[in-house]
Design a protein around this ligand. Sequence first.
Ligand code: ZN
Ligand code: ZN
Length: 379
Amino acid sequence: MRQVHPDENDYKSLASLKCPLCESTFNATSKLHEHIEIDHDVHLEVMSKVFESVDEFKKWKSVIEKENLTSFTIHRVNGNRSYYGCHRSGSSRLTGTGKRLKWSHSSKIGSRCPARIVATNIEGHITVDYCKTHVGHSKSIKFLHFTKEERDELAGIIKIGVTFDRILDEIRESVVSNENIHGLHIVDKRDLYNIVRDYELDRDVVHKNDAFSTEMWVQEQMALGEDSPVLYFKMQGCEKNDDLLKDDFMIVLMTKYQQDVLSKYAIDKVCMDSTHGTTEHDFQLTTMLTIDEFGAGCPVAFCISNRIDSVAISQFFKSVKGKMGPFPAKILMSDDAPTYINSWTKIMCKPQHHLSILKYIKLAAHSWKFWMLNNFMSL
Ligand SMILES: [Zn+2]
Ligand SMILES: [Zn+2]
């Protein structure tokens, strides 16, 4: 029997040397390993290896981590010797900040898994003592951390502006069999978001953070079912079975109150108005208004999109029609651009009159836009 114990005092804390199979604690790793083998009759498989360079060692480490669905994190460095422990070792109380715990449960088992790597660097040659037996936890994909290399790689991809959805698609496509599952294959959007935070990429990918929070908000709203104000939603980078392109963004919003107003008044007059550059991402806000009995413009639906051509406006109208059914307005008011009248005629039906937008409606629209921006855009 051979023990991995190049340094008896490699872990200072007694609490961190708790046996994963009983309540015993130890003051040296070698004693814990001896206890596991003798008292619990668990054989700890140990091997030695020599690598010609640090790179070669890192490659090997990355391979065994993927093969064993684990991750070895550095616990301590003493002179030319580095101690890597199983990432499941340690106290769950000490993991992460409150913010992080909100995202994921702790992976820590509250005791010391004996699996570890002790690497000694002698003039660039790395001698390794590797205990490959894990005790006290199963191989859980859920708790697998990314290796440093994988996180670096992901951070790099995020930084050059590849969307989260595209990254996730590529990762999923690369899964060919269960044996192939390792950290990168079970990444989800929250992991990517954590990488953005940890690598302080926020400045570079601020719009993706916005997109993420928008998506979270939309998901919450969608959960309201019939009462959801979201009639249509498309993230940039995902494909939908309609006329919008992969890189298009659109959200169509209509509250229950607006639906009531629309059914009450829109038979007569509908007014369309778009404003450019409502957010720093240069998205545009298109408002559908109707005119109430006092002649005031009431917004009945909003569309925020990256473009306001006939494809986008048609999708806006389709979404409203999907909720409200077709409604034949007698008068459509808009600016001189043919986009609105053409799309309305195509999706709803041809109105009796098309009027160029009136000044007072513009004013009303702008005051509502202000309200809308305050209420929806500060998400
Ligand atoms: Zn024990
Ligand atoms: Zn372990």
